[in-house]
Design a protein around this ligand. Structure first.
Ligand code: F6P
Length: 540
């Protein structure tokens, strides 16, 4: 029987026998559960449905895996169109809704009542959990855990997690072999525990795409909530994070708040309720081929015709959702300071900000978008030159992935100054696509900093002056240095494909199942993954 691999920093090694992974994936259905699904449906006037691809880190990463492994994707019906499509499926006994021919995605919608969904998504997940996990609360003033929040917790977050768990359990029951279930992100923290209660043999893995703060900060949530979150997560076999630091914070949090949890920091595991839960780091990446394909597609090229209207002798680019954690306003303040301190650049440099409005039902996001627009207006009013027509900041609003990728080919500087970010895939997309030896200015708070930091200018996200200096340094850097750094970035991204992110998780599940532990309470022997791979996994 193969032994457990530990490498001290929480990152497992790929089993040498990649065939074992492929065989497990051939033999076992894969279920992915995430709040946002790969497509959003809308009902057209003629009564037909139109499906649009979803967006964001989770969808993009999992979609690239879906192409090869065709998971059953369980996602929330987020729009009226999704609900209507789910209703048609239920009426017609259509178990899985298939999109594309041949099917690219097979989906089951979870359909919460609109009010429950609102409480789960717009009150608890965003902003409460999102703000907490990105250290965004102005803690002397917020959050207030009011009666309304408690109601939203029970009637929204707990209720919708239960709907997801019901759907996962039912889907597992329909499968001939125990499937591999991969839960995604902060919307579904309770799911692992809920599924485990009803299906003790379930193979469960949960990946958290966003940071995991220290236990002290979790105290902003009442004990019952933070404990339920940790205990829900401990229903999984493996929990994964973007960085080893966040994985460690999770273990500290379990130690602080979960009664009876024993932490094995050396082996990166938690023992609780007679089970052993592994805690791992899987830095997410992009699908380099797919990103290149889209960036050079006909649609992206159509943007090449007018995007240059926004360029100047020098161009600084940023691409983000209008999201407080992305630190967009401070980025503009830094640009303001840069123009003030280096007047010779006035008229010669444009800051192009491609901004995607996001979570517009959440007041904090509406306010932030207002702050972004106000900062642009103020800085443009200060520097714009009526004679030459120069305007320093060009704000391009709206979601258009091919356009964003098209723009990345042209920047001289890419600004990624997030306050804190799980990974930040824009940094990786830009590094891959840029054709001008562009310099990456990267926040030390982004998970990407540990992988790309050697070839980027690293800034502290609140340091407006330091960010302005970095802009100057980037725009005056000798070509040879820019080329060396850009090549280093590109190589790092090319060597780190999202397929590895996925396969590493499956490899660790296989190891987990076949771990040879002396402890009687380790569930290895009964694990459904144990037997099929046992002969093949190399003993490290
Ligand atoms: O993990 C963060 C994430 O869930 C990513 O999928 C994406 O970047 C973003 O948040 C999308 O958020 P939403 O689904 O709320 O639009």
């Amino acid at each position: 029987m193969a032994r457990q691999t530990e490498n001290g920093h929480g990152l497992g090694q790929m089993p040498e026998d990649a065939g074992a992974i492929d065989r497990v994936l051939r033999e076992r259905p894969l279920i992915v559960a995430s709040n946002r699904g790969p497509v959003t449906c809308s009902l057209e006037d003629d009564g037909t449905f139109r499906a649009r691809k979803g967006s964001g880190g989770v969808v993009t990463a999992v979609s690239s895996i879906a192409r090869e492994h065709q998971p059953i994707w369980i996602a929330a019906a987020m729009t009226e169109g999704d609900r209507a499509r789910a209703e048609v499926a239920a009426r017609q006994g259509e178990h899985l809704i298939e999109f594309g021919r041949p099917p690219e995605f097979r989906l089951r919608f979870v359909v919460p009542a609109p009010e429950a969904y609102h409480q789960y998504y717009n009150v608890i997940s965003n902003p409460l959990l999102w703000f907490l996990q990105h250290y965004l609360w102005d803690t002397p003033r917020s959050p207030d855990i009011t009666h309304e929040i408690w109601t939203a917790w029970y009637d929204g977050y707990v209720a919708v997690n239960r709907l997801f768990a019901d759907e996962i359990v039912a889907t597992c029951e329909r499968c001939e072999t125990q499937p591999i279930v991969m839960l995604q992100d902060y919307h579904l923290y309770l799911c692992g525990g809920m599924v485990r209660e009803r299906n003790p043999d379930a193979i469960l893995q949960h990946f958290v795409h966003i940071p995991w703060p220290d236990p002290d900060y979790w105290r902003l949530l009442p004990m019952a909530m933070r404990r339920a979150i940790c205990e829900g997560m401990l229903g999984n076999d493996i929990v994964g994070f973007q960085t080893p630091e966040h994985a460690r914070s999770f273990m500290y949090t379990c130690e602080a708040y979960v009664d009876g949890a024993e932490i094995d920091y050396d082996r990166s595991a938690v023992r609780w309720n007679g089970r052993r839960i592994e805690v791992r780091a899987y830095p997410i990446s992009i699908d380099a081929n797919a990103v290149r394909r889209i960036a050079y597609s006909k649609e992206a090229r159509s943007h090449d015709r007018y995007l240059p209207n926004h360029w100047n002798e020098f161009t600084i680019l940023r691409v983000d959702r209008a999201e407080p954690s992305k630190n967009i306003v401070r980025g503009f303040q830094a640009f303001d300071r840069f123009l003030e301190a280096h007047r010779e650049f006035q008229g010669r440099v444009n800051f192009v900000a491609i901004t995607v409005p996001s979570r517009m039902d959440v007041p904090e996001y509406q306010d932030y978008l207002d702050d972004v627009s106000a900062a642009v207006g103020r800085i443009n009013a200060r520097y714009a030159n009526v004679e030459t027509g120069w305007q320093p900041i060009h704000l391009i609003m709206g979601e258009n992935y091919p356009r964003a990728l098209a723009a990345m080919k042209w920047y001289d500087v890419l600004l990624v100054n997030a306050i804190i970010d799980g990974m930040n895939l824009v940094a990786k997309e830009g590094a891959l696509l840029n054709e001008r030896n562009g310099v990456l200015i990267l926040s030390e708070g982004a998970g990407a900093a540990s992988q790309l930091g050697d070839n980027a200018l690293i800034i502290a996200p609140a340091d407006v002056e330091g960010t302005a200096d970095a802009m100057h340094q980037a725009l005056t850097m000798p070509l040879a240095d820019r080329r060396r750094m850009a090549e280093g970035l590109r190589r790092a991204v090319e060597a780190d494909d999202v397929a590895d992110w996925f396969r590493q998780q499956i490899a660790d599940l296989i190891r987990y199942a076949s771990a040879d532990e002396p402890d009687a309470d380790h569930a290895d022997a009964s694990s459904p993954l144990a037997s099929p791979i046992e002969p093949d996994v190399a003993v490290p």
